[in-house]
Design a protein. Structure first.
Length: 278
């Protein structure tokens, strides 16, 4: 099936939230470090080298963030496209040809929150399985094949409704999206929820699905990707969605057994004006 409007809305909303966290919240940290091999992520004969962190910043509109265009092998720079190199911003590493025993390292900015867009039922399965684990934090931080890293924010679509608005087939469509925020401290939880609450009465762009920035390896289709450029490119009235209402809820744990988790929810009521029958 080709992508539908709901796919686009959820994906572009996730990009918008991520941009607000990184720009307004400065929720990232610049660092350098050695990568380690990860055989589970190898693709098409290429080796995958992982950093100790999850997602990296790839948005060039974020002031001060180190956005890599390559890695270092034995201290020598290897740029994207050389030796099969591509950067996987979504899993915090790089694909490349086998460098043998030569150490791979890099400089990059990692996000304070890894951000995912997943169906609500998949999110519930993830949490249910995680909290059955004897070591649920490790379950979420990479010792599983679900590839979800905490601290994280998971965006999911709950429901939607449509009402006729004007002659010519114009509808007002209301979408209810939820973000689950999972952290190990109140400071980050309160900070993320504060940013989300203040997004009420803001617009964000909903563009073409082909403009989603990453390829199947997690690298950028456009090495100079900027959310601000995407937002400006899709600025027409019917290419925008409006955040009508935000409801915040937080708790220190799902139950007493897992009190080390701080969990919050932000419910977004989003309005889009569409001609769905055209």
């Amino acid at each position: 099936m080709i992508p539908q409007y709901d796919h686009k809305l959820g994906s572009y909303f996730t990009l918008y939230l991520e941009n607000r966290l990184l720009e307004k919240g400065q929720a990232f940290t610049n660092t350098t470090g050695i990568f380690y091999p990860n055989d589970q992520n190898n693709i098409n004969g290429l080796t995958f080298s992982n950093s100790p962190y999850g997602q990296w910043v790839y948005d060039h509109s974020i002031t001060g963030a180190i956005i890599p265009s390559g890695v270092y092998v034995n201290g020598e720079e290897v740029n994207r496209g050389t030796s099969g190199l591509s950067i996987d911003f979504l899993n915090g590493g790089a694909y490349h040809e086998d460098f043998g025993d030569s150490p791979v390292s890099g400089a990059f900015a990692y996000k304070d929150f890894n951000v995912y867009f997943k169906p609500e039922n998949e999110t519930q399965v993830l949490l249910r399985e995680a909290f059955r684990s004897k070591d649920p934090l490790n379950f979420l931080t990479g010792s599983n094949n679900l590839r979800i890293n905490a601290p994280c924010i998971i965006v999911s679509s709950k429901n939607s409704s449509s009402e006729p608005l004007a002659f010519g087939g114009l509808d007002e469509v209301t979408y209810n999206l939820q973000t689950l925020v999972l952290t190990d401290n109140y400071y980050d939880l309160d900070g993320a929820l504060s940013i989300f609450r203040d997004l009420r009465e803001n617009y964000f762009s909903v563009g073409d699905f082909e403009k989603i920035p990453w390829d199947f390896k997690g690298d950028l289709k456009d090495p100079e990707y900027s959310y601000n450029d995407i937002n400006a490119a899709f600025s027409g009235g019917y290419e925008k969605a409006y955040i009508d209402k935000v409801t915040i809820n937080s708790t220190n744990s799902i139950d007493n057994e897992f009190s080390e988790f701080n969990i919050g929810y932000a419910e977004f009521s989003i309005i889009a004006y569409r001609f769905p029958r055209k």
